[in-house]
Design a protein around this ligand. Structure first.
Ligand code: NAD
Ligand code: GLY
Length: 371
């Protein structure tokens, strides 16, 4: 495969291995290529939303046209609150209305919401068809498009219904990030920062040095951030695809973050914002357990703040905020027999999955929530 990409990462999963292509103007480039770069199929269905369709829908349809006899598009409503069964059904409606057979390939054109729903639809349709991720948010380029976690939300819990289903290819076109709203860019930076404390403190130091460049969307800085994040994620997923253990470290900050998202109502805080405040809370918990020192927590808090992200959680219940967080966190997928397990920083650059005493978690919530 030849792409004018700045980098290509392979995620090593045996027969299900695939490439993550990172570069500028990939969509435009693909449209001009005669090579076969996409998975062969009888038809393609682009799954996108009302915001992204007018920006990039035509470019992707043009890129796919030479390769597929039929290219269809389904345009979903935009927003985390639409990551539901009802919206998922619109994808099945489109597949069946267009008479798509097992050889259809779905293209997820959008952020993590579109990617997760398209992947889940691909996992279910006719018991499993191929799909390709074309992520257009920073968050999706550095995290959600890679690794095959797909699904939807349930009112009682975030991402509670889903499947592991790997894409055949990931195309990260960095130029799509130019139209991303600033708040969404920052939310993506939260997932980039995550990779430092869990796996690579040299990358964390690089982020400290280049945060202004990232916020200014300097192409080289974005390319490095996406490339390094995908490399780390590919390595973790390659070692533990189904989250038997190691992969859970990618959820640093997510136990608190998912509680924030579900507790406020999906779409109030962005996923990355919940993760940002959640990382500070998880780092505070790590400190209280004697794993890291206060200087590390402060360093993490400062970087998150510089990205324009929240470092304090919201109050979810004025009567007993900690009890509400604990209740929500018990619905986490990492919980076992009702016991919450947290991704904690064992030492900067290394994470571990562990339970923690409720009393200590309460202390963290009381200290770290605004109000
Ligand atoms: P999102 O998909 O809601 O996208 C954010 C907003 O930006 C949306 O309004 C979208 O329409 C818009 N947008 C997307 N690309 C754009 C562009 N190039 N220009 C202008 N606007 C654009 O949110 P997200 O942050 O990308 O993803 C969050 C979701 O990802 C959550 O549901 C989360 O659970 C999931 N997630 C999944 C994984 C995984 O491993 N599967 C990992 C992390 C997060
Ligand atoms: N975003 C967490 C994971 O992919 O495992």
């Amino acid at each position: 495969m030849m792409l004018s990409s700045s980098g290509k990462i392979t995620i090593d999963l045996g027969r299900r291995s695939y490439a993550i292509n990172v570069g500028s103007e990939l969509l435009a480039y693909l449209a001009k290529k005669a090579d076969q770069v996409f998975p062969p199929a009888t038809s393609a269905l682009i799954v996108t939303n009302t915001t992204i369709a007018p920006l990039y829908g035509q470019a992707l349809a043009d890129a796919l046209a030479p390769y597929y006899p039929h290219v269809h598009t389904v345009t979903l409503p935009d927003g985390e609150e639409h990551k539901t069964w009802q919206t998922l059904n619109l994808i099945f409606d489109a597949l069946l209305t267009h008479g798509c057979d097992r050889k259809v390939v779905l293209y997820a054109l959008g952020g993590g919401v579109i990617g997760d729903m398209t992947g889940f639809a691909a996992a279910c349709y006719m018991r499993g068809v191929d799909f390709v991720q074309v992520p257009t948010t920073l968050l999706a380029q550095v995290d959600s498009s890679v690794g095959g976690k797909t699904g939807i939300n349930h009112p009682l819990g975030k991402n509670m219904v889903g499947a592991f289903h790997q894409p055949r290819l990931v195309i990260c076109d960095l130029s799509t990030l130019n139209t991303l709203p600033t708040r969404e860019l920052a939310a993506g930076i939260a997932e980039v920062i995550k990779y430092g404390p869990i796996a690579d403190m040299a990358f964390f130091a690089w982020l400290e040095e280049h945060m202004d460049a990232l916020l200014a969307r300097e192409p080289q800085a974005l390319a490095h951030a996406v490339q390094r994040s995908c490399e780390i994620k590919a390595e973790v997923v390659g070692a533990d695809e189904r989250e038997a253990g190691l992969r859970a470290i990618l959820n640093f900050g997510h136990t608190f973050g998912h509680a924030i998202e579900a507790g406020l109502g999906y779409g109030q805080w962005l996923h990355g914002e919940g993760v940002a405040a959640g990382m500070v809370m998880a780092a505070e918990l790590s400190q209280r357990l004697g794993l890291v020192d206060a200087a590390f927590v402060q360093r993490l808090r400062r970087l998150i703040e510089r990205a324009g992200l929240p470092v304090r959680g919201p109050v979810l219940d004025a009567r007993d905020n900690a009890a509400r967080y604990l209740e929500l966190m018990r619905v986490d997928k990492k919980a076992e027999a009702g016991a919450i397990r947290f991704v904690l920083i064992e030492q900067p650059g290394r994470a571990v999955l562990r339970p923690a005493p409720d009393a200590l978690v309460r202390e963290v919530i009381d200290t770290c929530c605004a109000g």
